[in-house]
Design a protein around this ligand. Structure first.
Ligand code: TXA
Ligand code: MG
Length: 333
C-alpha cells in the first residue's frame, strides 16, 4: 500500500483519509497513534491487522470536544468528571460506559470504552477535522515499543496505512495513564505521566487506594495488561545501582540507560545515554531503545527508578521490556 506522508499543517487532508475509511498515524503528546474512525468497524478491523494486534485487546477512542465524548460514552461517574476537569486535555485515558452506537470491535465486546482527549494541538485539530471519535492504539507493531518520533512511527507503519501525519517528538514519551472504575471505584489500570499521587490528590483518596489488582479468574478488565509489551530487539536487563552491572561476553554490544549522574558506570565500550531527570527518561526511553536496536546493541542495561510518581510508569514499562525480570532476579517467567 502507498502511504502518504502528510505535512504537519494539513490535518484536514489526514482527516479526509479517515472519513474515507483509511488508517492514519498521527502524533500525540504521549506516543504516536494509529487511527481509524471509531464508527467504521471495517476500518477498525484494519487497525488490528496493521498492528498484528490480538482482537480481544480494545482500542482507546480519541476525542476533542464534548460532543465527540457524548457520542462514544454513556453515563459519566462523578469521579471521572473530576479527573476530566483536572487532566483533560492530556495524557489520561478514562474507562467509561460505552455508547451503544459505538461498534463492538472498538471495545472488543466490553461494556466500557477507554477515552482520551489529547493535549497535542495537531492531534486536536486532526480530531476536530475528522468530526468524530478516532480509535487509536499506539502506532507500533504489537509487542514492540510505542513510537515517540516521526521516524519510529514511519519505520513501523510505512506501507500499512494510508497516511502518516508529520509531527514532532512526543513530549511525554510513555502511553497515557488509564483509570477505570471497576465496581464504581477509581483504579489505575496502567500508570502513566499523570501520576497516582496527582489522581489521589484530585479525588481526595490515598494513592494506595488506586492500586488495581487483576482478578485471577475470568476476563481481565483491561485485556492489554496481559500481553508482552514494549520490547526492543535487544535483551533488556534492569539495575538499580551501578554495582549490579555485569559485563558479559566480549561479543555483546551493550547500551546503557541511566538516570542522573552515574560516575561508577562503564564509560568506554558501552553506548551510554544519561537522562538528567525522570521526565527526560520517560520522554527518551522508547527512542533510546529504537536507537540501540538501530546500532545493533544486543543488550540494554536500564536503570530502574523507585516505584513512585513518574517512576511508577517508567518502572512498569521497563519491567515489561525486561520480560518481568527484576534487578538481580529471575522474574515470573
Ligand atoms: O497514550 C496512549 O494511550 C496511546 C495514544 C495513541 O493515545 N494509545 C495507546 O493505546 O497506548 P494502546 O492500544 O496501545 O493501549 C490501550 C490500552 C490497552 O492495554 C487496552 O487493553 C486498554 O488500553 N483498554 C482499551 N479499552 C479498554 C477498556 N474498555 N477497558 C479497559 N482497558 C481498555
Ligand atoms: Mg500500545
Amino acid at each position: 500500500m502507498k502511504t502518504q506522508i502528510i505535512p504537519s499543517d494539513q490535518t484536514s487532508a489526514a482527516a479526509a483519509l479517515i472519513r474515507k475509511g483509511g488508517l492514519v498515524v498521527f502524533p500525540t503528546e504521549t506516543v504516536y497513534g494509529l487511527g481509524a474512525s471509531a464508527f467504521n468497524p471495517v476500518a477498525c478491523a484494519r487497525i488490528f491487522s496493521a498492528k498484528g494486534r490480538p482482537s480481544d485487546n480494545p482500542l482507546i477512542v480519541h476525542i476533542a470536544s464534548a460532543e465527540q465524548l457524548a457520542e462514544v460514552t454513556g453515563e459519566i461517574p462523578a469521579a471521572a468528571q473530576k479527573l476530566m476537569d483536572a487532566f483533560w486535555p492530556g495524557p489520561l485515558s478514562l474507562v467509561l460506559a460505552r455508547n451503544p452506537a459505538l461498534p463492538e470491535i472498538v471495545t472488543a465486546g466490553l461494556p466500557t470504552v477507554a477515552v482520551r482527549w489529547p493535549r497535542h494541538p495537531q492531534a486536536q485539530q486532526f480530531l476536530l477535522d475528522c468530526g468524530m471519535g478516532v480509535a487509536a492504539p499506539s502506532a507500533n507493531v504489537s509487542g514492540a515499543p510505542s513510537p515517540t518520533t516521526f521516524d519510529m512511527a514511519k519505520g513501523a507503519m510505512l506501507g500499512r496505512v494510508e497516511g502518516i501525519l508529520l509531527g514532532d517528538d512526543a513530549d511525554e514519551g510513555l502511553e497515557s495513564t488509564i483509570v477505570g472504575f471497576p465496581e464504581g471505584q477509581p483504579r489505575i489500570l496502567r500508570p502513566g505521566s499523570v501520576t497516582a499521587e496527582q489522581i489521589a490528590g484530585v479525588l481526595g483518596v490515598p494513592s494506595d487506594a488506586l492500586l488495581y489488582t487483576a482478578p485471577t479468574e475470568g476476563r481481565p478488565i483491561s485485556p492489554g495488561l496481559k500481553y508482552a509489551h514494549y520490547k526492543p530487539a535487544a535483551e533488556v536487563r534492569l539495575f538499580r545501582d551501578a554495582s549490579e552491572l555485569r559485563t558479559g561476553q566480549t561479543d555483546e554490544k551493550v547500551g546503557l540507560l541511566t538516570w542522573g549522574e552515574c560516575p561508577e558506570c562503564p564509560s568506554s565500550g558501552w553506548t551510554v545515554v544519561t537522562f538528567s531527570t525522570l521526565k527526560d527518561y520517560a520522554k527518551g526511553l522508547y527512542s533510546s531503545f529504537f536507537e540501540f536496536d538501530r546500532v545493533g546493541c544486543t543488550v540494554i542495561w536500564a536503570q530502574l527508578p523507585a516505584d513512585e510518581g513518574l517512576g511508577s510508569a517508567l518502572a512498569n514499562r521497563l519491567l515489561k521490556a525486561a520480560g518481568g525480570v527484576m534487578p538481580g532476579g529471575t522474574g515470573p517467567g
